[in-house]
Design a protein around this ligand. Sequence first.
Ligand code: GLY
Length: 567
Amino acid sequence: MNSSRDGTARRSTRCNSIALLVCIWLWVLPAGAQPAQSGIATAHPLATRAGEEILAAGGNAFDAAVAISAALAVVEPYASGLGGGGFWLLHEAGSGRQVLIDGREVAPAAATRDMYLDAQGQPQATLSTSGPLAAAIPGEPAALAHIAKHYGRLPLATSLAPAIRYAEQGIEASRGIGMGLTFRAEAARNSPAFSAIYLPGGKPVQAGTTLRFRDLARTLRKLAAEGHDGFYRGSVARQLVAGVQAAGGIWTRDDLAAYKVVEREPIRVQYRDATLVMAPPPSSGGVVIGDALNILRAWDLGRLQSVERKHLTVEALRRAYRDRAMYLGDPAFVPMPIERLLNPWYADGQRTSIRLDRATPSDALPGIEPAVSGGTNTTHFSVLDKAGNRVAGTLSINTWFGAVFIPPGTGVILNNEMDDFSIKSGTPNSFELLGAEANAIAPGKRMLSSMSPTFIESPRGVAILGTPGGSRIISMVLLSALAWMDGGDAQEMVSLKRFHHQYYPDVVVYEEGALTAGEKAGLEARGHKLEPSPRSFGNMQVITWDRATGKVDAASDPRGGGEVTVY
Ligand code: GLY
């Protein structure tokens, strides 16, 4: 296990004895080992085409990532966009360097710890989910400019060109847009600029309608022409702030001018012969997945009955999500015991309370007081070029259509990521996630995220994966990582039926088909409370590369309308 955050490590350099051979093997990989093909997997065919177009124009995986991210802002506007943020996990083939580009949103300077509480100290949920007060300062435009400048081969303007074309020429409204509007149409009525596009004549647009985004195209053109400052200073910044303030929001131009991308050292965790490379805080993904894998590593899961394996996975998730709620937040604001949480000895301690025959009630674990609240939208893409450069990108505006608010003239749908803060300690957010002091609101602070872009590297090869799904992202990535490490392929990873536990609420949520009748009986006999999910969840995008053959494989979640290309 290695969880270096000092900015200097290139690959896992502090290996424990179990992992030593694997580390040596990874170091002595033949220099020429590289994929025979490129691969792209995204949640929308036009985003995949945008990536393809940029690779064909001589771009690398990083240029393609910029093109895909910007295209997703146009074609999947309910999930991510210029008004939101994300994490882009990069691997540079030539140097072996790996870095997480943190384009997470930050709280504006006027944000206060209790800004969403009423006079009685109760959370006012709509304020943190709809309208400009729910929006944090966006990070995606800065991240795209940063990736193009420092990692790409092509000018930013070239990589943004497909998105600009889509916005100007128009796209067909997807089923996702229609579905998102069924959830958010009411809140949208408060934003005339949003309603003008998505609720023409007061009615939600139907799937198949052509949508044009002239204001968004203009904003994208400013970003293309002027880079970072094209969004964070000048006319776009003025329009953003004017629109936010006119509708009761608290952004200032200084907030926008102060936004900075952060480069972070990924978290690396060794599991059997594989190294998982994952997002560090302010993403909770790497820590929670690492914590859970460290707990699970003591069992030979393949030799257990399936019900035991699922029981143990739930118990590991319960404990790892508890740690998320207790300890994690923005590293610039809170000291976090990351080394301890990812130390195998810590997992040894956590394991002592796990019994094979009985579930541990979450409230039997030392923790924070539970209380109750419900959402999900985000997107993920994976890309690999023939040189071996790769990106796992997970981007979000938080729930469907974010804050459902567009500052007039910008075309930019603002996020509602402020709701990912712990609005009140011990009170769950839209994803029913509990949070504590570590994730309390503060000016300039990044809110804790579940987005988990991940690489898995082993002698077998490499997997690039991630998914949307709010708090369930972490368990989905864990289940698919276990599937790949057990020999599964990309299609199996995206298709497998999912179950989830997040410490609180103390229930195992599962998709239809995820648990057999026998497994349900076995889990209930152990004391687990089971809750069928009314709908499937996740929209995973995976690329794998087989080191021995060079063969690249890609798969897009059958639950979504994504598309892959390998060529
Ligand atoms: N907004 C979802 C997440 O960052 O986890």
